[in-house]
Design a protein around this ligand. Sequence first.
Ligand SMILES: [Zn+2]
Length: 235
Amino acid sequence: MPRIAAVKAALLLTLAGPASAVVSVDTDLSRAPQAKALASRAQQLVAEWGPRVNTLLYGPRRGATLERVRIVFEPAAREDGALSYVREGVIHLTAGTAPAQAETLLIHDLTHLYQHDLPEGKWLLEGIADYVSHVQFAKDLGPRLRLDADGHLSGYSASQPFFYWLQENRVDLRQRGYLAGNEVTASFLHWIVLNKDKDIIRRLASAIRDDKYSEAVWAEASGESLDRLWQQFIQ
Ligand SMILES: [Zn+2]
């Protein structure tokens, strides 16, 4: 294998005001030198979106909890087909991923780096990461799902592969449907932000960070339980 020096660069970004944050971004192209353009875009995006993700999760007055982001570019997807993933605090992104998809995946995984763990709430961590990447960044996920009377998605095409998969597999979303997948959870969170509690993302992420997450957090502003919110969402 030819020895190709890893391309490393650091971007410094300083925010004005008390929430100053410095995010340095290292990219490693040694395994996939063809991803040079993607790496340069990734550096720019992480520098721009790192502080923004931090603010979305924890509020404007809290400085970044993350100072360094490392991205390794891979020549092929992971065995399970994942084009982007986080392993031991490092983002791995597959070279050749379509640019728009790569960017959305990168913002999703960047959000994971800012999140604190919640072993029993992986669905929520994934939903928040998709809220940030699809609702806030890509702006391609609305605050409603199209459901038929039996709680199945309807009217989705293969251009929205995840919703299409749920639809074709006749997954019933009526009871705790927010567990069905990241995009569903993210759409639900989007609806809550617009209709019930504009601070729900911060409330949830901060409670997880402070080890205070329970289902009671959902009701703090709206007075509605998680399952009542879900029922209203799917009406
Ligand atoms: Zn994820």
